[in-house]
Design a binder for this molecule. Structure first.
Ligand code: SME
Length: 159
């Protein structure tokens, strides 16, 4: 068992420690499902105020839920629909302060109020997205975005 205790005074330090723990966790393991499962668990354990952490995979142009922590979630999301689908279609990070104001938001867990979704792209191919939800409004700021983008970059070589 791995026992990571990541407690940092500020967000950049927290995400630096988290990124380094994630790199260690996926190092040398070629199985993408194992790596997504451990990544979701590590992020879930390390970030405060989150109620869903996980992956949607691009399976033939549709997002299908992958390994995650949190409540059971919507299984299939078309590109362009909801926060995850828009991230997949536009390949742009979606950092949403109030998901209820996002057109087409898919409410998997009614506790979610803000969300960040980062596309995972390798050699021009969208592999999937990393999705983190929070019960707090505006939970994710620019420092969170930089940190979560780094985590998604690490996953590029872990899938
Ligand atoms: N709220 C997301 C759906 C996925 S869940 O948050 C796990 C969306 O609108 O894409």
């Amino acid at each position: 068992m791995y026992d990571f205790k990541i407690e940092a005074a500020d967000k950049p330090t927290l995400y630096r420690d988290l990124a380094s723990a994630l790199e260690g966790l996926v190092a040398g393991e070629p199985d993408g499902i194992a790596n997504m499962a451990n990544a979701a668990a590590l992020i879930w354990e390390s970030l405060p105020d989150v109620n869903w952490v996980g992956f949607y995979r691009n399976v033939g142009g549709e997002l299908i839920v992958g390994p995650f922590q949190g409540r059971p979630a919507c299984i299939r999301i078309p590109f362009g629909t909801g926060v995850c689908g828009v991230a997949a279609e536009t390949r742009q990070v979606q950092r949403i302060e109030d998901v209820h104001a996002f057109p087409g938001h898919i409410a998997c867990d009614s506790a979610s109020n803000s969300e960040i979704v980062v596309p995972i792209i390798r050699d021009g191919e969208l592999l999937g997205v990393l999705d983190i939800d929070s019960p707090n409004f505006a939970r994710f700021d620019a420092e969170d975005e930089a940190g979560v983008v780094r985590l998604a970059e690490i996953m590029v070589t872990a899938l």
